[in-house]
Design a protein around this ligand. Structure first.
Ligand SMILES: NC(=O)c1ccc[n+]([C@@H]2O[C@H](COP(=O)([O-])OP(=O)(O)OC[C@H]3O[C@@H](n4cnc5c(N)ncnc54)[C@H](OP(=O)(O)O)[C@@H]3O)[C@@H](O)[C@H]2O)c1
Length: 235
């Protein structure tokens, strides 16, 4: 199997998963551990992130409010080098009744979510660029391709995040040829707990968190050159 892999592989890589406390975080951390990576899972709620460590033995956890630049700098300092991966999962969702129904509270939450992405990429960029196998990714929404009135604030923040990721990709292309920045896009995410809670639902169009987790591991099975700047829609 490994003979066919063109990339550096994830085994032994140190990967930071930011916003790891949800089911997608558990799936991503578990897949990375399974593939032999060293995982640091970060969340803002101590109880939630420690519950992730209970479910995925062997990971290191860190508590940080990633919307606070000073907290992110402190986290970066605590972790030191190397950092070979940064998988950013902080999200959230807001909707409103059409354009007039986009609330300031909703936008503040979305801007805060965008700020976490900007903070972590700014802070971890040097380590990722120095790594022989630097990879970073975040999960966007297919709504960026077809924004709705009711989702204007949510989609605007995702579009800003995609733009930031493309800027990171340009930086890597210029100065760090072994690193890659990738955008994943989904319609929605689904996991086993959601399926068990609503067995009558089909979750049509939803992406299983396991598919996301596999895509994260795959980031190290391709070369930086073929991955950097790509936007991959996960079905
Ligand atoms: N779920 C979907 O249907 C869907 C659809 C399209 C795109 N996406 C995207 O996919 C990604 C993963 O989605 P998700 O639903 O699994 O994520 P999520 O639950 O929205 O966020 C993941 C975790 O981020 C942590 N977090 C929030 N603010 C934080 C902060 N300031 N500092 C540190 N951690 C923070 C939260 O844990 P703590 O409370 O412990 O901090 C939360 O459990 C997100 O980017 C999301 O927008 C999801």
């Amino acid at each position: 199997m490994s003979e066919t892999v063109a990339g550096p592989g994830v085994t032994g890589r140190r990967v930071v998963v930011t916003g790891a406390s949800s089911e997608s975080g558990v799936a991503v951390c578990a897949a990375l551990v399974e593939a032999g990576a060293e995982v640091v899972a970060v969340g803002s709620n101590p109880a939630k992130i420690s519950a992730v460590a209970d479910r995925v033995p062997g990971i290191r956890t860190e508590v940080a409010d990633l919307s606070d630049p000073a907290a992110v700098t402190a986290l970066t300092d605590r972790l030191g080098a190397p950092v070979d991966g940064l998988i950013h999962l902080v999200g959230g969702w807001v909707g409103g009744a059409g354009i007039a129904g986009q609330s300031d509270e909703g936008w503040a939450a979305m801007e805060r979510s965008f700020r976490t992405l900007r903070n972590v990429l700014r802070s971890f960029y040097p380590a990722l660029a120095e790594s022989p196998a630097g990879r970073t990714a975040f999960v966007s929404s297919v709504s960026v391709d077809a924004p709705t009135a009711s989702g204007a604030d949510y989609t605007a923040a995702k579009a800003a995040s995609e733009s930031w990721m493309r800027s990171v990709a340009q930086g890597f292309a210029k100065n760090a040829p072994d690193a890659a920045a990738v955008i994943f896009a989904v319609r929605s995410l689904v996991d086993e707990r959601m399926r068990a809670a609503s067995p009558e639902k089909t979750f049509a169009g939803a992406t299983d968190v396991g598919t996301l987790a596999e895509a994260v591991v795959e980031l190290w099975n391709g070369t930086a050159g073929e991955l950097n700047g790509r936007r991959l829609v996960l079905q």
